[in-house]
Design a protein around this ligand. Structure first.
Ligand code: PGA
Length: 247
């Protein structure tokens, strides 16, 4: 695991895009694991701008997203499919048939989970982008999730519902369940880039990098991945910078 201290959110995004850009130029049909949430938004803007300037094509890449809420109607503006279309896919030359997001409205959710993991094992992510929750979650793998998990349905923790309530009119509208790539699916990626910005992530980043590898902090599993880069801005890296355990 490599930690890179970035100045701010813009620098985090630029450094992440530098890795992605270089990899796509080397392999124009690579598979990119993507994340939703507020953290990667600036990265997606960089991808769009670079494409619009004619510097890169995403025509032949494949993307696989980490997760999706269960039970939101198709086209709901808070669904992660909508998020990806709106914030990235609609603005670049990607073939939408090559963009995969779990189907949270599938009638048979267990089959959707099995199919999703099986798809990932056949289309291993060359680079997986990750955010991190304030409780150390990665995707919707909350504390306590088995490191051996494949794609599964989760009951969201209260802290995650609260974190995500800002995107909904009120907290009661946040779905209580989601479908998420498992930790095993994530760890199969050839390279993982975790982006962290803001002070609310500082404790989770410390535990992910310096804490014990434990299912209590899902992101700590990344210590055992052979090619992970953690990009933290100044505030998210506070406890790493001062090199002591959070108070
Ligand atoms: P955020 O979410 O990017 O909106 O902070 C990250 C996460 O919860 O994984």
């Amino acid at each position: 695991m490599r930690f890179i201290l970035a100045k701010d959110a813009t620098d985090v995004s630029q450094k992440a895009y530098d890795f992605i850009r270089k990899s796509i130029l080397q392999n124009p049909s690579l598979t990119l694991g993507l994340a939703t949430g507020s953290t990667p938004l600036e990265l997606y803007k960089l991808m769009i701008n670079d494409y619009k300037r004619g510097n890169i094509s995403f025509k032949n890449i494949r993307t696989i997203n980490l997760d999706e809420y269960v039970g939101l109607p198709e086209g709901h503006p808070q669904s992660y499919r909508y998020f990806m279309d709106y914030n990235l896919f609609n603005h670049i030359d990607i073939d939408k048939n090559n963009t995969k997001v779990p189907n949270g409205s599938a009638i048979d959710l267990n089959k959707e989970c099995e199919d999703y993991s099986s798809f990932i094992s056949k289309n291993v992510q060359d680079i997986q982008i990750l955010g991190i929750g304030s409780n150390g979650h990665i995707a919707f793998n909350e504390p306590g999730t088995s490191f051996n998990s494949s794609t599964h349905i989760v009951d969201l923790k209260e802290s995650t519902i609260k974190d995500n309530a800002r995107f909904f009119d009120n907290e009661t509208e946040v779905p209580k369940k989601a479908i998420t790539m498992g930790i095993k699916d994530i760890m199969g990626a050839k390279m993982i880039i975790l982006l962290a910005t803001g002070s609310s992530k500082a404790e989770a980043i410390y535990r992910a990098i310096k804490g014990p590898i434990t299912e209590d902090c899902p992101a700590s599993v990344l210590q055992s991945h052979p090619n992970t880069v953690i990009l933290g801005d100044h505030t998210a890296s506070f406890w790493i910078r001062v090199n002591r355990e959070p108070d």
